[in-house]
Design a binder for this molecule. Structure first.
Ligand SMILES: NC(=O)c1ccc[n+]([C@@H]2O[C@H](COP(=O)([O-])OP(=O)(O)OC[C@H]3O[C@@H](n4cnc5c(N)ncnc54)[C@H](OP(=O)(O)O)[C@@H]3O)[C@@H](O)[C@H]2O)c1
Length: 247
């Protein structure tokens, strides 16, 4: 039988531009890889510039335009700086992946220090707000915003009050944003994964059963498929759980 040439790689997001926060590792890195595979141009952000440079080098073979720019999304000036760089390189944003987030040590409310509470709320909730507010002026009809929340946005786990509160709050922000952007034709997706095997688990449950968890690549594949829906259709909530159930 004659050898057939390998099928051409998918390039369904060619010429589009996506910003991925928390792109240095975990779910954000997996989403960046999946978008690069679709030929989407990327802005990669996180606090660690050298980690972002490493991801940028890895994705260079995709022959896309990549801006790797560090940003601490708890800081409005840092977010402002990031968006000045984005506007310098790209004229608009088609896809915003609000993914960056932190968890905290397993502590009941009576033992949770205020600085830890504030850090988690500032990162997961206020950071999402700041990045979204900065992105909206350069997003037009047909764009997509994906907010990586968690099943912790709709359920509770003891010992994680700041994380749970930040994610419940971010779900409220996401649901409000969706209604505000509906007339503008911008889709807003609440991504609500269950346990996914990333470094975040070291913070609050280092011995968690990793083998039962989903991979970041699985989450990324679902996200890209949702983005690829025709602009007049959307998946408003993406709840993805390990088959083994909630850990
Ligand atoms: N893993 C799970 O089971 C799971 C399940 C549901 C939802 N999630 C959500 O998925 C998102 C990603 O988590 P992950 O599991 O992939 O964790 P991860 O591997 O620890 O990645 C977190 C990312 O966020 C970035 N980040 C943290 N603080 C930041 C800040 N202040 N400014 C900018 N970037 C910051 C980190 O980069 P730097 O440290 O370099 O800044 C890193 O790239 C989080 O929002 C998390 O709540 C995770």
């Amino acid at each position: 039988m004659p050898l057939r040439p390998a099928p051409a790689p998918p390039r369904r997001l060619r010429n589009q531009v996506a910003l991925v926060t928390g792109a240095s590792r975990g779910i954000g890195l997996a989403i960046a890889r999946a978008l690069a595979a679709e030929h989407c141009n990327l802005i990669l952000t996180g606090r660690d510039q050298s980690a972002l440079n490493k991801v940028s080098r890895e994705l260079a073979s995709a022959k896309i335009k990549i801006l790797a720019h560090s940003c601490d999304l708890r800081d409005p000036h840092s977010v402002d700086h990031l968006f000045r760089a984005i506007r310098g390189e790209f004229k608009h944003l088609d896809i915003l992946i609000n993914n960056a987030g932190i968890a905290h040590a397993n502590l009941t409310v009576d033992n949770l220090p205020l600085p830890l509470w504030q850090d988690v709320i500032d990162t997961n909730l206020t950071g999402t707000f700041l990045v979204t507010q900065a992105a909206l002026p350069i997003m037009k009809r047909g764009s997509t915003i994906v907010n990586n929340l968690s099943i912790a946005a709709s359920r509770v786990f003891t010992g994680s009050a700041a994380y749970i509160a930040s994610k419940h709050g971010a779900l409220g922000l996401t649901n409000t944003l969706r209604e505000e952007l509906r007339p503008k034709g911008i889709r807003v997706i609440a991504l609500m994964p269950g346990a996914t095997d990333t470094a975040i688990w070291n913070t609050f449950w280092p011995q968690a059963p990793r083998k039962k968890m989903m991979s970041s690549a699985t989450i990324a594949a679902v996200v890209v498929n949702a983005i690829l829906l025709p602009p007049n259709a959307t998946v408003e909530t993406l709840e993805i759980l390990p088959t083994a159930g909630i850990l």
